[in-house]
Design a binder for this molecule. Structure first.
Ligand code: SAM
Length: 280
């Protein structure tokens, strides 16, 4: 199976609403575009009893108030693994794109990155240049949205920890600061329902969420094109069979709002340095 994007989430307490959507997978009849995998409850009942025993206990709740206000119950590690196994092939592809629209502190995103990095090691472990650049590409293909400021900060930090540990780098390294920049773009502090970013401003002034599509051009250069999230999600219904818009060319739907010139790791790191010094 090869999808355009996998959307994976546990958006409600007790994983009752846990789901996986695969968009744009036309080749495999088992996974038509937009399929929703609903059998998470049976997974948890039949499979979970045995699986739970293999994993260390985790704190799944920060406070009762946060559960009541935001449905914040984190997904246990064994269930994250079981869900990711439902789309195993995609999780092991370096350039498959994943979106977690209620990402919390990154329980899914971190594991997806670990699987991608394992694929990088297998494929590019012998060349340090390729290993570093493809590890960054893997990171670039992971997206998240989270409403609460502390969760999104934790999420960015957790993902960065895994990335930097794998490459054995720290803040003094361009690659570390390039990854920090990518995470500040890809892991959005926002509201997945209104599809608007949250940054302390009144609701009416919140900007629409945009996502960067990153691509690796080779020879150390990355390409970035930005798209509006609301347009991307709206466009999935256009491609439904029989839809009034089914005949529209992809170019009419997937028009970026901004295309950047190709950038190296050093240039991405410089963007992070400028952000840190408030020079956007
Ligand atoms: C059930 S928790 C799941 C967290 C994470 N996906 C996991 O499985 O561990 C739901 C998360 O969604 C966040 N959330 C709630 N409403 C949201 C919204 N409208 N947009 C984005 N995130 C939201 C909560 O803050 C919380 O972190």
């Amino acid at each position: 199976m090869r999808c355009k994007m996998v959307v994976i989430s546990n958006v409600s307490p007790c994983a009752k609403g846990a789901s996986i959507f695969c968009f744009g997978s036309k080749s495999n009849p088992d996974y038509p575009p937009g399929v929703k995998v609903r059998h998470l409850r049976s997974l948890s009942i039949f499979f979970g009893v045995f699986e739970r025993a293999r994993w260390p206990p985790m704190n799944l709740v920060k406070s009762k108030q946060r559960v009541a206000d935001h449905g914040e119950v984190f997904t246990p590690a064994w269930m994250v693994e079981a869900m990711l196994d439902l789309v195993k092939e995609e999780t092991e592809r370096i350039d498959s794109r994943f979106l977690e629209p209620a990402c919390g502190s990154g329980n899914f995103i971190v594991q997806i990155l670990k699987r991608k990095l394992a694929a990088v090691e297998l494929k590019f472990g012998k060349s340090e240049f390729e290993r570093q650049h493809y590890a960054l590409l893997g990171l670039m293909c992971i997206y998240g949205i989270e409403l609460l400021a502390d969760n999104i900060s934790e999420c960015r930090a957790n993902v960065l920890d895994v990335f930097s540990e794998y490459l054995n780098i720290d803040e003094s390294d361009d690659l570390y600061r390039a990854a920090t920049h990518v995470l500040s773009v890809n892991l959005v502090h926002g509201d997945a329902l209104t599809m608007r970013a949250v940054d302390g401003q009144p609701v009416k002034d919140r900007p629409p969420i945009t996502f960067a599509e990153w691509g690796y051009l080779g020879k150390g250069k990355f390409q970035r094109r930005d798209f509006r999230f609301d347009v991307l999600t709206g466009s999935s219904k256009y491609s439904e069979e029989g839809s009034l818009f089914a005949d529209l060319g992809k170019h009419e739907i997937f028009t970026p709002i901004k295309t950047y010139p190709p950038m190296t790791v050093r240039e991405l790191a410089a963007l992070q340095d400028r952000n840190e010094h408030g020079q956007n």
